[in-house]
Each structure stands twice: as C-alpha cells, then as structure tokens.
Design a protein. Sequence first.
Length: 494
Amino acid sequence: MMNFLNKSAIIVLISICSNGYSQLFAPHAGFSDTTNYTISGINDSLYFFTSNTDSTYLLADTNLYNNCSIEWYEYVPASGYQLLSFTGTKLVVEADTIGKSYQLLIRNATDTLIQRCWVFKNNFRISITPKNNEQQLSTSSYVGCDLIEPIWVLIDSSDISYVNPVTHEELTCKLKYKLSWKKEFDVEEGKIVAGKIPITGQLKSKITDPYWKDMWYTAIVTDASQQERRDSVYVRSIRPHADFTVNHIKLDDKTYYPDKDSAYYYYYSEEYRGEEINSAPAKFFIENKSENAHSYLWNFDEVDGNKDTITLETNADSIIYEYIRWGTFTPKLTARHSVEWALLTCEDVMEAEEEIEILQPMLSVRNAISVPSGDNNVFRFVDESIIDFEISIFNRNGMKVHHFKGNIRDWDGWDGKYNNGDNYVPTGVYYYIVKNYTVIQPNDEEAERSSTWQSSSESSSNDSGTSTGSTTTDTKSVGTNTQFRGFFHVFNNE
C-alpha cells in the first residue's frame, strides 16, 4: 500500500510551453496523491472526489493556448490511452472506486507536454457494533463497572484500484480514516478512547469511568478527503451516583419535636441558646440525592453499645437519623446499582461534605435572673449532651425553693417562685445542687478515657445594666455520679 501524504487538493504539474506554462488539475477533488508507479521517473496524479461531488472534471490551463494544441486521452484496459474527440480545456470525467485514467497532451512547435492522472469517487459507510435493534449497546460490552469494551466501528469501503499503464499491473489503495467520538453530555465521566490502528476495517474503542446517566455516543469517521460519516449508539449506564445532604433538625422544630410546651420551644430556640448547637441526642435530616441507584447503605460513623458501627441498608430516598452520642461524625453513603443482565453490582461512595460535631457534655447557665419581669427572668440550664438530671435550689438559710428531676429538656426552669407557688422569692443569693444526672457517652473509647465535662455559670446583667454574680466551674469525669453546685443572684423587681 502506498504511503499517502495529505497534500493539497490541487496537484500542480508545470512544463514550459513557449513563454508560458500549462497544468493539469482537478479543482474539486477532495484529496490528491501520486501513484505508486513512475513512468520516465514521474509519478502520475491521483484525484479523489467525494460521493456528493458533482463537479468531477479536469482542467487544462495554459496562458499560451493560442500557440498550443490540446489533446485528451482516456485509458482503456489492454489497449492503452485512446484519443478523445474533446479538445477543450475542461474535461468532464466519470469517477468511481475503480479508477479511470486520463492523459493530457499539449504540443506546440518546439515543446510537447504529457501529463496523466487517475480519478476516483470515494464512498464509504460506517456502523457501530455490537448494538441491538433499539440502537442500544449490547450487554456483551459491559465487562466491568469501570470499563465498557469493546465498541467496534466498522468501516465499509470498496478497494480503490488502478493499473500501471505500462506494465498493466493492478494496484490497490485505501485512504486512511480518523475516528473521533462525541458524547451527548459534556462531562468528565464516560470518556471514550478510540483505537488508533485499523484492524481489518474495524476501529476499537472503550469507555472508561462510565457516566451515571444513559448517554448517546456518536462515532465520527473522516477519510483523507474530509468526507465524514456518523453512527450513534445508546449506552445504558450501570454506575450509580451517590449524593446527599445533611441538615440538623433544631430542637425547637415543632414538626419533629411535637407536643412540647411553649417554654420548651423558647429555651431551645436560637433566640435563647444563641447560635445553633448540636447536642446529643440530635436528629438530622439526611436527604438522598443519589441517581441511578437501586439500594443504599448508610454508615453513620457512630458506634452502638457494643462498639459496632451503626449502618442502615434501605431503598428509601431520605431518612432521619438521631445521633445518641457526642463526638465528630462523617456519615457515608454507598449507592448500589444492580445490573442483572450484566451480572454486575456497581457502587459509588460519598462522605458528607462537612463533619457533624456534637458537643461534649456541658451545662451552661446565666448567673443572675430578674423576676417577675426582665429580659432574663428564668433560671435555666442550656444543656449540651445531657439527658436526665436532678436539681435543687436553696436560699441562704438552706430552705429549698425549687426542685426538678427528669429529662432536662422537659424542665421549664425556675421562674423565682417558692416551690412553684404564687409568691416570688426576695432579692438575694441562691444556691443550686445538681446530682443524679445522665451524661451522653462519647462515640469512641479514646474520647471516653480523656474527656471531662463541666458546668458553668455565666455572668449576666440585671435590668439596670449592672454586672452581677460570679462564675463557678465544677469538672467531673464521665461516668461518675458526684454532685456539683453553684450560686446565682435573684433580683425581685415587683
């Protein structure tokens, strides 16, 4: 086979004729080359016309036409070149995959120029295989979750043939083809790699890292004459795409924490607690945004009482999960796509974009209240990862003025009244003792061995703006049951 070079569509052969030049060329040829033989040391021209070109003609051009005679010849097998009656400069020719050769002879009194060429009309078809009647890629190509192959592009073209006019030896050639692919979606996934070496008229391709949506792939084959053919195949995706978001459900959300009294919603509102706090037990709404998946495996990065990782396998789109321990968590999702016809189960894993931080146990309280009116008129701990506790409040004489035992989130706090009666206590310093509380355990053993928890009384101002009270801190190890105490101020402004 000849070593074709991508040359200009116009081959210019120049010979001096008196004081000018002459040339034989095909203006509308899509591609041109030279023969694999030589006559008198010269290669003849090969002109290729595309299948949709109607302007198949040769042109003889000379600026000394008046002084030169023009003769056209057509090659006849076994007979050689036969003279045509046409003597003009523009010869309309027939082009086919079987080459036809023409000869131009220009003569004047002193010079004779002979030029020859072969003309062809090139045509080809392509088809993608294997695919079914619905244009879907056949299941045999799905060899793995990360690789789809082989995808063959078959090129159906006739051999282009011509002969050596002197020896009558038959010669054949094929144009080179270039394969490229176009995807329906402009995404990084689903890259298709085309083979570079033709194998018996086939070009092999493969898809790596398949996309998680079904997609049309279009093969584009271009020959040396820039003639283009296309064929498409529908590739069904077998890979899932894991995606989810995590949102904390605030404790004052009436949808998920219904049937609470007004005090509960106030004390657990952002207005009272300040910025949003994640304290156990804490609920999270996990919205599943995955695509092309049949089932899901959730890993909440939390351990149960046996220190086993808590997981959940479900087909549900979204879930609500309640973390019962404190610590830092990164939930994970494994999305699965089962492909029975390919005997494959493909997975995609995603971790939460941001860690969930649930604060270690701590009780925080302001160290002054103003009753019955004022911006801060209730003594109330803001809990972080505390469940049950027992509190008693005493005046300076040791008289108990308030008592509560139970879930801290059900405690309305103390409004300054004697034992929940109708009368308010006088201005003064009051003492509290907290005991028998239940502390949320940490998520990992290392944290359990090293963690401590604390309660703090925060300085606050009375209605006149004067800072009062003090701050006390009592720290205890997780798991013990010692009590702790503190004091605060009550301002009675009745």
